[in-house]
Design a protein around this ligand. Sequence first.
Ligand SMILES: *Cc1c(COP(=O)(O)O)cnc(C)c1O
Length: 391
Amino acid sequence: MDNSLDRDLLAQLDMLDAHNRRRRLRVLATDHGRLVGIDGRRLIDVSSNDYLGLSQHPLTKSRAADWSERFGAGAPSSRLVTGTRGIAVALEERLAAFKGCEAALLIGSGFQANATVIPALASLGDTLIFSDSLNHSSIVHGCRLAKAQTLIFRHNDLDHLDQLLRANAAYHGRRLIVTESVFSMDGDRSDLAALVAIAERYGAALYVDEAHAVGVMGPEGRGLVAALPPTSGKVDIVMGTLGKAFGAYGAYIAGSRALIDFLINRCAGFIYATALPPAVLGAVDAALDLIPKMDTERVRLAASATRLRYALNGAGFDTLQSSTQIVPAIIGTEAAALAAASTLNAAGILAVAIRPPTVPDGTSRLRFSLNSALSDADVDVLLAAIMSLSN
Ligand SMILES: *Cc1c(COP(=O)(O)O)cnc(C)c1O
């Protein structure tokens, strides 16, 4: 029988190829955790999210191994069945304290958290969602699954958000504002103090994704919500991930005890999913010992990003409003971004071209995300390669 599914799939892939939008998996070898190319030479990693190098830290690795040995390779079930261990509850208490919140709940991954917590909140009743136009795909999925009307405000444009809220002042249900504290593709930040004030003014709930802020920004790396002045209003729902600066895997929601108890009862991504394995919990526990003491690494990371932005701007690249370890260099077309990435690859630098639909049409880019393990010499090599791009 003619397999029309495969035929249609291949036609779609051909179309992506024709537009330079086809994505392919690329196998990268590692040597003691460092990326190496096919020639065995070390690649300079300016693309991963292992911001503090914790995925390779001896303490995270040894505690992962230790907890695996003591508690098993996997969790036996969902947390609500037989999957809740003292180590998970203790870790949630540590995460809540780290985020300055009453309580926290571990969730399988950041994608799962955004895609299922937003619908859980909307299940309370009529909800109008206000979402930043650059929010991560997992948030977009969450808004769609919520089956609630979602109004998109222009990226970080709080006047636009205010306008939309005002235009819906008569709405009888709940308002939920969803944003990120550090945006994953542009590397800029949202103005959380202003967002908290707007949310208070309109009686809206505020949801903030801290995937790229946690570990890197704020006091002791506790994120940007923790950096709000004590007199400020609060962020109702704080989402964070454990696979980026934490160097492990998974995610959590932090907020009030009521929020967490509600999610335990109503969040499908928590209820119907297997608990995180002990090795992951061990690595996260170790990361929580380390992160607050890593100010030296955070300062070093910020300094590398400043150097990179300065060099890129000098070479004529737009770095948008980046003020973090994530630095975009806007190129334009998909083909030009791919060519720039391969030039850098040839110089031993693992840079990745980011193309639509991850970013808007015409803004294909190199997206650098730096880490504190890069030496000054690594950054020198990167800057020299960037100069060669602009020639
Ligand atoms: C990476 C990311 C996620 C998804 O987290 P995972 O744990 O990788 O599933 C969610 N939100 C933002 C902003 C992210 O960058």
